[in-house]
Each structure stands twice: as structure tokens, then as C-alpha cells.
Design a protein around this ligand. Structure first.
Ligand code: BEZ
Ligand code: FE
Length: 306
């Protein structure tokens, strides 16, 4: 009798919820593999409950606000299909994807000191890009200003890593990825290069421009409601991997791009910002004769031992 009826029911609901949560792994038969020992999902969901309750108390959540949040999450789910993953976009724009990337990079390396920083993979990675000889141009016929990329891949002690894969992808010079184009454009602006005996890589592509993350769904509505823009600064994606090293998924960001200080998915690290040097038409660093202005960008990657 110390408890009023609603509180009693609330209390019983709480117990029922706790029992239900503790049974989830058995009900659904899943556990979460965090890369180390297999973790019990109960531990993680219990933390979700703890933080969600603290959140509701902190903002003094009203029933209609909670219903609006449920409807928002419902729309996020309904926007997903085999080409679009709105939940990942939500995670990206809330900064959770980037946090998870940073936690993983720190966890996986015995020694991350000196390793190139990782950033989000994004939704436009397409495995199996063509393997091309060093120096190839992957931007033929694409809109955009030509850019020559070069550098070296080494370990964290500066020793070159030969035969290391540099898997590259980007949007075109208007910020559009092949996967976003109408019809079946096939792979564009993607390739895998293997470093030479000195760990060097080089190729031609375009200088990337800023572009918006897909903002025609509920995540776009959320950004607008918060007064946030949907743009990412100009960047080129790289996945760098070799035997015995922790694979690196990262980008290079153009130092003169807008939105470097307000990336919609929080992916920018100062160490990944690169200057694109602009050149008048003429002889490029690799001897190629260029009949229009072009850029060159140089960046050295360091991989941590696995
Ligand atoms: C991208 O860089 O490709 C990207 C990352 C996160 C969300 C949308 C796009
Ligand atoms: Fe991108």
C-alpha cells in the first residue's frame, strides 16, 4: 500500500522489462562479438535501458514527444531498402559511427602510436574494384578537375610496406558516386593499387568536392529540425591493407574544402587534411602532358602491426 496503483504497475512493468531483457539472448539467440571474448548482450541492453531512462529524466520526456520519437524511428526503418540504410545514416549523423571507428582502431592495434587515423567507411564502398597498374587514371570521362595522388605506405616505424593494397573510391567532381547514378552506371572512380617495393603508390583521379549525405528522408528532416546542414567536405576514400597489419579505412580531405569544420558525419581528423597543389597546364610530376590545369596531392600512410 506504500505504492500508488500506477507506481505499482510501473514497478511491475520494470521487473517484467528486466526479466524480458535478460531473456533476449535466449529469445533471439544472439550475442555481440566485440572482437574479443563474445559479450553477453544483456550487459549491453542493460546499459541501453540505464542510459535511456536517464535521458528521459534529463529532458523530462512527455508522452507525445516519446510517441514522435517512436514515429521517427519507424520512418527511419521504413526508409531502408537494399540500396539505402537510413539507420546507418542516423548513426553517422549522430557521431556514433565515428566514435565506434575510433574505439575499434584503438582496440585492434597493439600500438596505434604513429598509425594513420581511421574514419567512417560510409555507404559507397563497393568491394572488388578493378586492380590497376600504379599511375593509372581512374577518372577518365568523369566530371571533375584532374588530380595526381602519390605517397608511401609504411609501418609505424617508417619501414615501407610493399605489395600493400590501396583501395580507392570517391564521388565525381560534382560529388556524385557511381552507386547514386540512375540505371547501372557500373564502377566509376574506384580501383585497387598495390604498392611497389618502396611502399609507393600513385594514380590519377579528380579533386573531390563537398556533397550532401542523402537528406530526403527522416534523417534529413532531423538535420533541418536541428538547423544542421547535410554536407561532407570534399574527400577521397581509401582502404589500405596488407598482411600482418591492421586494415585502415580512412579518407583524405581537401584542405580548401568548405565544411571541414562541420562535417555532417563528424569524420574529419586534422591529420587527414591534405593540400591539393594547383598546377597550370603542362608536364605533370609523372611526365604526363596535361592540357588543362590539374592538382597534385601527396600523403603517406602508416599501418599498425596487427
Ligand atoms: C561518405 O563519405 O561516402 C558517406 C559517409 C557517411 C554517410 C554518407 C556518406
Ligand atoms: Fe564519401
Amino acid at each position: 500500500e506504500l505504492l500508488s496503483k500506477p507506481i505499482r504497475y510501473g514497478y511491475m512493468n520494470g521487473i517484467a522489462l528486466t526479466v524480458l531483457i535478460s531473456q533476449l539472448p535466449k529469445l533471439f539467440g544472439f550475442s555481440i562479438d566485440g572482437g574479443g571474448p563474445v559479450r553477453d548482450v544483456t550487459q549491453i541492453i542493460s546499459a541501453v535501458v540505464r542510459h535511456a531512462h536517464a535521458l528521459a529524466r534529463e529532458v523530462d520526456l512527455k508522452p507525445d514527444e516519446w510517441m514522435a520519437a517512436i514515429q521517427f524511428l519507424t520512418r527511419v526503418g521504413q526508409t531502408c531498402d537494399d540500396k539505402r540504410q537510413e539507420f546507418i545514416l542516423l548513426s553517422d549523423t549522430l557521431g556514433i559511427s565515428m566514435l565506434v571507428v575510433r574505439l575499434e582502431q584503438a582496440r585492434r592495434s597493439r600500438d596505434t602510436k604513429g598509425a594513420t587515423e581511421a574514419t567512417v567507411q560510409g555507404p559507397f564502398y563497393w568491394p572488388g574494384a578493378p586492380e590497376l597498374p600504379l599511375g593509372s587514371d581512374i577518372a577518365k570521362g568523369m566530371p571533375g578537375e584532374p588530380a595526381h595522388y602519390s605517397g608511401r605506405v609504411s609501418d609505424t616505424h617508417g619501414q615501407p610496406i610493399a605489395n600493400c593494397c590501396v583501395d580507392v573510391w570517391s564521388g565525381d567532381g560534382e560529388g556524385v558516386y557511381d552507386m547514386q547514378k540512375e540505371g547501372d552506371a557500373g564502377m566509376q572512380l574506384r580501383a585497387r593499387f598495390y604498392t611497389d617495393a618502396e611502399g609507393r603508390y600513385r594514380f590519377w583521379s579528380i579533386k573531390p568536392t563537398f556533397y550532401p549525405v542523402p537528406d530526403d528522408g527522416p534523417v534529413g528532416d532531423m538535420l533541418r529540425a536541428m538547423g544542421r546542414h547535410p554536407n561532407r567536405p570534399g574527400h577521397i576514400h581509401m582502404m589500405v591493407y596488407g598482411d600482418g597489419y591492421v586494415p585502415l579505412t580512412t579518407h583524405l580531405f581537401a584542405s580548401d574544402s568548405p565544411y571541414l569544420d562541420s562535417d555532417a558525419v563528424f569524420g574529419v581528423r586534422d591529420s587527414l587534411i591534405v593540400r591539393y597543389e594547383k598546377h597550370a597546364p603542362g608536364m605533370a610530376p609523372d611526365g604526363r602532358a596535361m592540357d588543362k590545369p590539374f592538382h597534385s596531392a601527396s600523403y603517406d600512410f602508416a599501418l599498425a602491426a596487427a
